[in-house]
Design a protein. Structure first.
Ligand code: TRP
Length: 338
């Protein structure tokens, strides 16, 4: 059986939080252990520049995300783990794809359209392109290059990214057609239905843009403090409580096994107090994170080691990328003169 090639990128603008862990990091590390998969995971630092022009933040986030994945046990012998910006072939491919990509396709991208709409909502005379860089506009082409560079078959992403995978398919087809080749396989988005989308401190989806996250590796005390801040209703201890729509119970379920979930459900019926629930939740989450947290702290203090791992990853990725780009260069007319 041919192996599935699973590829995904993590934009390096923030600090990983519990929602990232449950929704993306944990399933990706699990998938990388499946012998039927080849896994390509990368720090999408070129993408980070679209949203963030603060070099310190970009660098800090690259370090944190790399250390997080390694601390959580990503096996870099059985996966390819790299920084996008280390693979200059990706940037080169981006241009080849840009030159076959219809502008109209990009006009339809949700993220770009939302930015334009936002500008237009400011009323008559507003500049629809205010604050919109070419980076934001052509972002889906870069993403297509990420995916097509390695001929990924499966791309695990959130729902908001489905359109980008469809665009990658469109661009791949167009390139194959124009250059009468079968260079690119058509990738498919993989949306894990079973994976939880965690709610944050205020009950909305946990997201950096809502400022309601629980960072994955905060010190124990801070973790407890944040868990205590999670919004609940005002039911008193002793009153039966609903698990449905309860942020605490949802986070509990993302970390607990089946019997712990059943047990907690019972405690809700019995009217567990919110304070007690929060203490139990802290114990559970903290037990899970204790070991990787200390590994993470160790790695954050040993960037020489992490740098070495990333360079090895880049070497592995480039072995393949450099061969493919050579063929692609020839296909567009950039072969040797002799
Ligand atoms: N754009 C993705 C996001 O914001 C990150 C990303 C960049 C990505 N390149 C990718 C995901 C390639 C999958 C494949 O989540």
């Amino acid at each position: 059986m041919e192996k599935r090639r699973v590829l995904t990128g993590i934009t390096t603008t923030g600090t990983p939080h519990l929602g990232n862990y449950v929704g993306a990091i944990r399933p990706a590390i699990e998938a990388s252990r499946d012998p039927n998969n080849e896994s390509f995971y990368f720090l999408a630092d070129l993408h980070a520049l679209i949203k963030c022009h603060d070099p310190k933040r970009v660098q800090e986030s690259r370090r944190e995300i790399a250390a997080t994945w390694l601390a959580l046990g990503l096996d870099t012998d059985n996966s390819v783990f790299y920084r996008q910006s280390d693979i200059s072939e990706i940037t080169e491919l981006t241009w080849l794809l840009t030159c076959v990509c219809a502008k109209g396709l990009m006009n339809r991208a949700h993220a770009y359209k939302a930015a334009v709409q936002d500008n237009e909502s400011e009323g008559a005379g507003a500049d629809p392109d205010k604050g919109i860089t070419m980076g934001l506009f052509s972002y889906p082409v870069l993403m297509a290059a990420d995916i097509l560079m390695f001929n990924a078959t499966d791309v695990p992403v959130g729902r908001d990214q489905i359109q980008h995978i469809e665009m990658a398919r469109d661009i791949a087809l167009r390139f194959n057609h124009i250059y009468k080749s079968q260079f690119f396989k058509l990738p498919e988005a993989r949306i894990e239905e079973s994976v939880a989308v965690l709610s944050g401190l205020d009950g909305r989806k946990m997201s950096k843009s809502y400022n309601n996250t629980i960072p994955l590796f905060v010190p124990e005390k801070k973790l407890l403090k944040l868990i205590r801040k999670i919004k609940t209703n005002s039911l008193e201890p002793g009153e039966p409580k609903d698990t449905e729509g309860c942020t605490l119970f949802q986070i509990w379920s993302a970390f607990a096994d089946a019997s712990q979930i059943a047990d907690m459900r019972q405690q809700y019926e019995n009217g567990i107090g919110w304070g007690d629930m929060k203490n139990s939740l802290f114990e559970l989450v903290n037990d899970h994170l204790k070991e990787p947290r200390s590994k993470y702290e160790e790695l954050m203090g040993d960037m020489g080691y992490v740098e070495g791992v990333m360079q090895k990853g880049a070497e592995k990725a480039r072995e393949e990328a450099s061969q493919r780009i050579k063929l692609l260069r020839e296909s567009v007319g950039f072969g040797s003169f002799v």
